[in-house]
Design a protein around this ligand. Structure first.
Ligand code: ATP
Length: 264
């Protein structure tokens, strides 16, 4: 993969600037700096590897040259964006990836709310969305995506606290990273037009992992915050959880992590 190949593969998409680099600290950091410059909506930065790839809460995202697909998109805010947007843009990335994996590669992806895409229960893609402000003014949303394509993209088990997989583990055909990228970008472009509609929420909900199953919601420090079964997603993008006793709880996007309760 090089910049010329990428530009040629994506030439018919309405993108802004495109930058490809072998090694960066974090593609999200580059796109965040672009947000404060004059870079256009839908500018794209792709890297083979990151030296400080980030997950949520300061955790690390690992990408491996040739075996992962790692990119960040700069999206300029829409006038219709509500105040709490990071959840929606995270879902935009997750849903676009799921649609590609299902429709193009005939796989059965699921979204581990809020920000991971699973194949057969294994985390194959992570999404990190960040809102970039100048003072009080929202300048852009950075949508960062890391996808494990080949086996060596998967970190060693000691670096993981959730099982990880890679797309070729489940696909009957080898994955061309540029075709995968192009399809995801097309889906993001299309879905962005319906981002603040009920149709978007319903499409997102169709891919929700653990529906009807018991999960634990844990805090970044690992404390149990809630326990119950997954009911769906409400119109604000909150996760609906039915505790064993009591009313349905609406879990706000935040630093919480979801874990399935494995029946013994
Ligand atoms: P969790 O996935 O544990 O519920 P999370 O969704 O908040 O939490 P992120 O912050 O999105 O996790 O991702 C960082 C975590 O993902 C790391 O702590 C590590 O366990 C795991 N991880 C890092 N790189 C990869 C990768 N290439 N594939 C799968 N998992 C990874």
């Amino acid at each position: 993969m090089d910049e010329k190949m990428i530009i040629s593969a994506l030439e018919d998409l309405p993108l802004g600037s495109i930058s490809f680099q072998q090694t960066v600290a974090s593609t999200n950091d580059i796109a965040a700096a672009w947000a404060l410059e004059e870079k256009e909506d839908f500018s794209l930065v792709i890297a083979e590897t990151q030296t400080s790839g980030r997950g949520r809460s300061g955790r690390t995202w690992i990408s491996v040259p040739g075996a992962s697909l790692t990119f960040s998109l700069l999206l300029r805010p829409l006038s219709s964006d509500p105040e709490s947007i990071v959840n929606k843009y995270t879902a935009l990335g997750a849903l676009a990836i799921c649609q590609t994996l299902q429709k193009r590669y005939h796989l059965s992806p699921q979204i581990k709310w809020p920000n991971d895409v699973l194949l057969e229960g294994k985390k194959c893609c992570g999404i990190l969305s960040e809102a970039i402000y100048r003072g009080e003014e929202l300048e852009g949303i950075v949508l960062g995506v890391g996808i494990n394509i080949q086996s060596h993209a998967v970190p060693h088990a000691r670096e993981l606290d959730f099982p990880a997989g890679y797309i070729e583990e489940f696909s009957s055909e080898p994955i061309d990273r540029l075709l995968l990228l192009k399809s995801i970008l097309i889906n993001i472009l299309t879905l962005r037009d319906i981002l603040h509609t009920e149709e978007f929420i319903r499409s997102w909900e169709q891919y929700l992992a653990y529906r009807g199953q018991q999960v634990e919601i844990i805090s970044p420090a690992g404390e149990l915050f809630q326990h119950g079964s997954v009911m769906g997603i409400d119109s604000l993008g909150r996760l609906k959880i039915q505790p064993d006793d009591g009313e349905i709880e609406f879990i706000e996007y935040g630093q919480i992590r979801l874990r399935p309760v494995i029946a013994r």
